[in-house]
Ligand binder design. Structure first.
Ligand code: PNS
Length: 162
């Protein structure tokens, strides 16, 4: 049975992420979407619970997808879940440098057991990122076309309360 982990910050989940989850769910027996901490990103807009909740809402139609949160290293989470595949999306060439380093680092840290599979982002979403969505939202512009409806609602509530 192939168990793949799709890790990320998901702050918030975008339509690009959902597209990738759907495609991964057709390739692997089970996909675990895992919210992890990216120590390079200091000020999250949504709490972990809020991010997990939005992911649960947008993936409820996928029978072989579950959503988790982990506070620690991806390799440790993978070991705990007995998963040996990581899925990551590539939007553009500049993503590749950092993703290659992460893939090789995770493989080395897992004694060679953890493989990373890259899926090209759908060209319709190649410029969409959570960072861009947050930046627009900070100025009260909700990018409805690039986030699921539930995320648009939560973004609106979030910026109203700021
Ligand atoms: O959506 P992001 O921010 O590009 O995801 C990056 C993420 C969260 C997958 C990465 O930072 C991560 O794996 N964090 C967990 C800690 C870890 O294992 N770090 C070592 C690999 S860089």
């Amino acid at each position: 049975m192939s168990i793949a982990i799709y890790p990320g910050s998901f702050d918030p989940v975008t339509t690009g992420h959902v597209n990738l989850i759907e495609r991964a769910s057709k390739i692997f027996d089970h996909v675990i979407v895992c919210v992890l901490i990216n120590s390079g990103k200091k000020t999250p807009l949504f709490s972990i619970d809020e991010r997990v909740n939005m992911l649960e809402c947008v993936t409820e139609g996928f029978h072989n997808v579950s959503v988790r949160y982990y506070d620690g290293l991806l390799v440790d989470f993978a070991k705990q879940e007995e998963a040996n595949i990581i899925v990551r999306g590539l939007r553009e060439m500049s993503d590749f440098d950092v993703e290659l380093q992460m893939a090789q680092g995770n493989k080395a840290a897992s004694d060679g057991t953890l493989e990373t599979v890259f899926l090209p982002t759908d060209p319709n979403y190649s410029f969409v990122s959570s960072t861009m969505i947050r930046e627009f939202a900070n100025y009260h512009h909700i990018c409805r076309e690039f986030v699921p409806d539930i995320v648009a609602e939560r973004l609106e509530e979030k910026v109203k309360s700021k």
